[in-house]
Design a protein. Sequence first.
Length: 319
Amino acid sequence: MNKKETGQMCIFLGYAAGVGKTYAMLEAAHDLKKSGVDVVAGYIEPHERAETRSKEEGLEKIPPLLVDYKGIKLREVDLNGILKRNPEVVLIDELAHTNAPGMCHQKRYEDIEEILNAGIDVYTTVNIQHLESLNDIVGKISGIHVKERIPDFIFDRATQIKLIDIEPDVLIQRLKDGKIYKSTQAERALHNFFAKEKLIALREITLRRTADKVNREAAKGQQAVSGDEKREIYQGEHILVCISPVVTTTDDLTFMYNDTADGDFPQGIGFFRLLQSFLHIFFFHTFDYCHGICSLSGACAVRFILPWKTFSKKSHYIS
């Protein structure tokens, strides 16, 4: 990777701890080093995993800062040390980390922004639950409120997203083998965040969000194409929602669209907004009523795919 005025960021993304993000990042760093790239480890989270620790060997390291906090020593990124060393690429684990009080920045992603602005490329890691726009959805799946989050614009700033994906059964076996947490913590995790059905759902969300990032990049590329060469590349997701007359006012529909209530339907609408999907609505009501809610389509890319005037006052059902 060549030195640039603004650095590029590569995110190693996973759906849970233990999928192998840090290991993959270290492997990539060794490949860069073999290619003659000046790469250093700016911060690698301490791991009990022997395989990960062994991968750190042979890489130049910038020692972390040791910060006193309530009688304990916290390890933090040495931002000034990295800027002074000025490598081509720096590895910084745990993108969503919150820095200790008194540090230059409150969040680690702010440290990384400063490093990128200095023209240094950054390799970093994060799990899907730390993405701001997905926090509520992940919370409903896992039952866990994640406090450390990153804004979506940080994720979308990444030049590369490297998805580190393994089967949930393999991840669960790693947990049972003690490769992720110690025995007591691993047992608790098996019945909570690492329950198989939760891992499957988190994995699906991770795959979808990664695909969405790829689609957005394709759409940006298409904007630069003109004339006969222009064609639609970004197809996006298409979601169909059927609304019955139980929704009786335009306020009700707006309420559901704003995703402020509990329940599966509002959550589905929120997911549509997240994935920048096309939302197709079958709405069973009179034309006058439907005309009152059509203004919503301009704000949220809703496509009403049946002509309103074909509806009578009786509900129409599709078998």
